[in-house]
Design a binder for this molecule. Sequence first.
Ligand code: NOJ
Length: 549
Amino acid sequence: MSITPWWRSAVVYEAYIRSFADGNGDGLGDIPGLRSRLPYLADVGVDAIWITPWYPSPMADAGYDVADYRSIDPRFGTLAEARALLTDAHDLGIRVLLDIVPNHTSDQHPWFVAAVRAGRGSPERARYLFREGRGRGGSRPPNNWVSVFGGSAWTRVRERDGKPGEWYLHLFAPEQPDLDWSQPDVRTDFETTLRFWFDLGLDGFRIDVAHSLIKAGGLPDIPADMQDGVSGRPAGHPHWDRDEVHDLYRRWRSIGNSYDEPRIFVAEAWVDEPERLARYVRRDELHTAFNFEFLQTAWLAPPLRNTIERTLTEHARVGAPPTWVLSNHDVVRSVSRYAREQTGDRMIFLENLLGKPADATLGLRRARAAALLMLALPGGAYIYQGEELGLQEVEDLPTEALTDPTWERSGRTRRGRDGCRVPLPWDGDRPPYGFGAGPGHPWLPQPDTWAEHTVAAQRDQPDSTLSLYREALRIRHLHPALGDGSLRWLPAPDGALAFAREPRFRCYVNVSAAPLALPVKSTVLLASGPLDAARMLPPDTAVWVDQAA
Ligand code: NOJ
């Protein structure tokens, strides 16, 4: 009998370390805080956690600017504490993934410091993408690429003679210079980093912007029809989703496979076409890749079904399980997205939502239904911390509290992602809600209205969102139909989705239809909201039932 590898069905919890739990009371989440809350995660029932970057960093982009890949920022803890965390998590049956950030380093990384100092044409500069500028005196950037956070993707350095010199590429903030992955020592050094953490007991990595490492030779201008910021549409973009990136991941897979218990990877690759995404999870490449199409799909039955079908088809073609995700630390929380009218417009950033009327109760109903839909689909799923508490985006953070580089780089027009990163509420009725024991204020202010959302307030409430997630994960572990596998669509009225997974499992989602009668001979396992006395499924509600074929 073959045993299905754990990662094909895993529910992974994203622990955004800065905001999860603060062990030393300085206002910033850390490893001791995370460690102390592992029993909570075991109780929720997750299979694994993904920890966002804990490396030494000047924090220009909340830790995604890494100054040393084989060490830990003292604000987050020590290597000994990381080891203890791995041991404790494993003892609780929880696997641990960590972020790796290979597209760029921090500008404080010794390689970049040396590159600036060493000057034009040096081997130190060859690890990054330094180029001469265009125009008179090289005063214009080498090409038209733009930073994801706003503005040009190029910054000019001063050479040792004090004069303006070469420009370097940064697809994100200027403090995040892009590496040149055609350099052998860049490749070798990252392989050493992978092994360093794997040897320590880490179970896998989430690869940051996995689709951006390789740039087109000659760094050509981006054609006008491809200027869309983050994604790789259409194929052939000079820096997103280049075909050559796949060789790299074949190599990484072989490193993961060299361990007795193979180590795994999940790709963060924002590509628009399910077919392009599936290329990252071909049999000899990465294990899984986030399906961002799903979190960008409006709460409307036809596009939801279309996204699910296309994802299933393309993943089946390469033999990989899909990875469903409703939120993460880069996008507006699902409750707040679903609180808006669902028009099909892109709604993942705050600027897409502000000014649109919100109905928070409706948003929560939909988010709960979406959770049951996601957790019933074939494959694995990621839960972003606070999703299990039904937290909303904090849309009105005072501007002086904003830390996301997007805010300044967009000329203060885009508030950025801080609103989904506000520290978690654990207990109590006022900030810091048990986030940290000490006098330090949480690094982002928490709303006064979160008392009813704390873990303590929800833990023993059978109808709380926390109870819904816990019960869903409990059923998911026990039910032989759930996790890896396939589904069969069932007839459903317009505005609803229905599918079967064998043996005996049915999921009905009323997205926007009239109340839906459940089959007579079925037993409700779990519902995202109350059914009425006649067992009718109201709109914005999902249900799992047991039903003979
Ligand atoms: C994706 C990460 O999730 C995001 O937070 C970060 O800003 C960028 N990559 C750049 O590293």
